[in-house]
Design a protein around this ligand. Structure first.
Ligand SMILES: C[S@@+](CC[C@H](N)C(=O)[O-])C[C@H]1O[C@@H](n2cnc3c(N)ncnc32)[C@H](O)[C@@H]1O
Length: 250
């Protein structure tokens, strides 16, 4: 174990992990991004406390695009029975495994895969599905939401960047055939940055407005869709509505 701890401490990470000996990992961004992770964990923790007042010992969860497994290991630490990480980058999967080993989370599972290559039938269903910081890196966000619905037995928690939305009525082929807009998507170019450790696979990013996101969640089969109210001390992007965390139930 000391060897593994040394291995973890010898390098820099994307997240600040608390280690069993009371020390913490150092990050490659000098702690600048800790606030966004902390705000999201606060919102997630508060949600879980509200939805599962009896505790988490019977619950399973999957974290889609888990990166180094920070949220997944927090869930394991909170006492969920089993937590599965899905991540497309093999280096992130290896990092998550190492962190789980050091933290003694033997019940964590790791799946090295693009979410769109998953065999959902084989993976099974989960009480809690997380999709944090992923949707706005994808060219197929609707497919990602459909996948989340397929995997989810009870609670879906999604957090994403959002863009300003359009609303109103549009002619849809003819002035006699007018349809309401249910939100909109912004197109962001990340095609030169797909090598980055936080990026998506294709770099063509469709970012929803909050109206589009909530409408889509209902359309793919979720109910009780709720945009969470960020705390006063939230990371600025969540506080000012540039990113949102949304919960939905099955
Ligand atoms: C911005 S990071 C977010 C990580 C973490 N969920 C969080 O919120 O802190 C995006 C992560 O999504 C992963 N990713 C991007 N596209 C993916 C895909 N299609 N399938 C699986 N993982 C993906 C990236 O490798 C990266 O780890």
């Amino acid at each position: 174990m000391t060897d593994l701890l040394e291995q973890v401490r010898a390098r820099e990470w994307f997240y600040t992990f608390e280690l069993p000996d009371g020390s913490r990992t150092t990050t490659y961004h000098g702690g600048e991004l800790d606030a966004i992770h902390d705000t999201r964990w606060k919102l997630l923790e508060h949600t879980l406390e509200g939805v599962y007042p009896g505790g988490y010992a019977d619950l399973t969860a999957v974290d889609l695009a888990a990166h180094q497994g920070w949220f997944a290991s927090r869930l394991a630490g909170a006492g969920l029975r089993q937590v599965t990480c899905v991540e497309q980058r093999d280096s992130h999967v290896a990092d998550s495994r190492l962190i789980a080993q050091v933290q003694g989370f033997d019940e964590m599972r790791f799946v090295h895969s693009d979410i769109f290559d998953l065999d959902a039938g084989e993976l099974g269903t989960f009480d809690v599905v997380l999709m944090l910081g992923l949707l706005y890196h994808l060219e197929n966000p609707v497919g990602a939401l459909r996948l989340a619905r397929t995997l989810c037995r009870d609670l879906f928690v999604i957090e994403t960047q959002v863009v300003p939305g359009m609303s109103g009525m549009v002619d849809f082929g003819s002035y006699r055939f007018v349809r309401p807009l249910h939100g909109s998507f912004g197109l962001i170019d990340e095609t030169d940055e797909t090598h980055g450790p936080e990026a998506g696979a294709t770099g063509i990013c469709l970012v929803p407005s909050v109206e589009a996101l909530t409408w889509l969640l209902r359309k793919v089969g979720f109910r009780d869709v709720e945009v969470l109210q960020p705390p006063e001390d939230a990371y600025e992007q969540l506080r000012y509505g540039k990113r949102v965390m949304v919960t939905a139930r099955v």
